[in-house]
Design a protein around this ligand. Structure first.
Ligand SMILES: Cc1ncc(COP(=O)(O)O)c(C=O)c1O
Length: 428
């Protein structure tokens, strides 16, 4: 009906008719008792099975390349071969990387807690600021926001653009000495799928030098470093090299993990800062553990060593059809209507959908009413508060392809129905 015109150009009578048609379709769906879930940004069972050979890969050989018996305590920096794996992920030399336990999120928490109360390396503690504040590019990753909330760090939003955070906003914000850090997911960002441009990476590396706070940290969560599913894949410039050139290495903290490469929750996590930052993190880790799970580290190094790209290509084969399905459905049902826009990532785990302001919450509730659970509205913003109530995170990786298709049919129907109702109300 409105293929070649935006929904906003429809007359009241046309909108009313459209609403009637869509409402009938929606009510029919409600009778189907569906139970579909697009909330989970986690690998599906087939993806996990790609790494089943981890189990048994050691075949009784527990000696690492440096002679470490991985069954025993110790080795807080991690095994050489596992740090080499981290180097491949992070585009950073292995000797600048710490291979830790199973969760990069935990390493982020430890780093922020340290920066807040003790100061990271030779930097003064954030707690000395009146109101230490972290910049949060939005939409962003909810667990970053939770870490800040838990530690009592204030958050200030900056907009994401197609090349990374809006660096003009960032530059203005860091003139405030309370602003002590910025979160980043620089490749296939959660949830927009944006990869930072080389220029943005360069600007981020230089940011600590221009920030009013002397203890400013760039938090670089490269969770999706090798998670490409389309060619040509996005290239991310090395923040390590840029920071070395800018003299800001101790102000950059990189994180990564194999959570979405092998087993989510049973992988290996990495952290890398400058010399002083790393020393402080290792010292803190030493108070918490006698050493990481090096058996798992060795398994990962043996399993992935020399074949990381090949392994990720298998994930891509499984994921690409799901993301293609999301794109196809969104384009088919919503393109050119002027009521929604969305991202088309080349990798990662999410698609970010923006609907008309004020409708995200309503649409998510409508989808739930028809049996599709989506990430709660607001989750992609600090404090769960999307000020324009318009962002919806789509996580298609875990559900089977057929469920992704059905869920998107329902979601797009809800977007059209809610938008048509709102447009009609605005006319009255
Ligand atoms: C951006 C980002 N960082 C970190 C994580 C969690 O990483 P880990 O499993 O290493 O704690 C996720 C998981 O969804 C994520 O999306």
């Amino acid at each position: 009906m409105c293929n070649d015109m935006t929904m906003k150009s429809l007359s009241a009578a046309e909108l009313a008719q459209l609403i009637e048609e869509l409402s009938t379709a929606y009510e029919r769906l409600q009778g189907n008792n569906l139970k579909l879930d697009l909330t989970r940004g986690k690998p599906d069972a087939q993806q996990l099975a790609l790494s089943d050979a981890l189990d048994g890969v050691l075949a009784g050989d527990y000696m690492a390349s440096d002679g470490t018996d991985v069954r025993n305590y110790g080795g807080l920096l991690g095994l050489p071969e596992t740090r080499a794996l981290g180097a491949e992920l992070m585009d950073t030399p292995a000797d600048a990387i710490i291979a830790g336990g199973n969760s990069s999120l935990q390493l982020m928490f430890i780093t922020l807690e340290l920066a807040l109360h003790q100061g990271l390396g030779n930097l003064i503690p954030w707690a000395e600021a009146e109101s230490p504040t972290i910049l949060c590019p939005v939409p962003g990753y909810d667990r970053h926001f939770t870490v800040c909330e838990e530690l009592g760090l204030a958050m200030r939003c900056v907009d994401m653009t197609e090349t990374g955070p809006d660096m003009a906003q960032v530059a203005r914000a860091v003139a405030d000495p309370n602003v002590v850090g910025i979160w980043n997911v620089p490749k296939y960002s959660n949830p927009t799928g944006v990869t930072y441009s080389a220029e943005t990476v360069e600007q981020m590396a230089q940011l600590p030098a221009s920030a009013a706070a002397d203890n400013f940290l760039v938090l670089w969560d490269n969770a999706y470093a090798v998670h490409d599913f389309a060619e040509p894949h996005d290239e991310l410039a090395s923040i390590h090299s840029a920071a070395a050139a800018a003299g800001t290495s101790d102000h950059i903290v990189q994180f990564a993990s194999t959570s979405k490469i092998t087993f989510a929750g049973a992988g290996v996590a990495f952290v890398a800062s400058g010399e002083h930052g790393n020393a402080a993190i290792v010292k803190r880790l030493s108070t918490m553990t006698v050493g990481p799970d090096k058996v798992n580290q060795l398994r990962h190094a043996r399993f992935l060593g020399g074949r990381l790209r090949e392994h990720m290509a298998k994930h891509a084969e499984l994921l690409a059809p799901k993301f293609a399905c999301v794109e196809e459905k969104l384009s088919q049902e919503l393109a050119d209507l002027g009521i929604a826009s969305w991202t088309k990532p080349n990798g990662g785990y999410f698609v970010s959908l923006d609907v008309m302001p004020g409708l995200a919450r309503k649409i998510i509730a409508m989808a739930a009413g028809a049996g599709v659970t989506l990430t709660p509205a607001g989750a992609t913003f600090p404090y769960g508060d999307d000020p324009r109530d318009r962002n919806i995170r789509i996580a298609p990786t875990y559900a089977p392809l057929a469920d992704v298709a059905t869920s998107l049919d329902i979601l797009t129907l809800c977007v059209r129905l809610a938008s048509a109702r709102t447009l009609l109300e605005q006319m009255q």
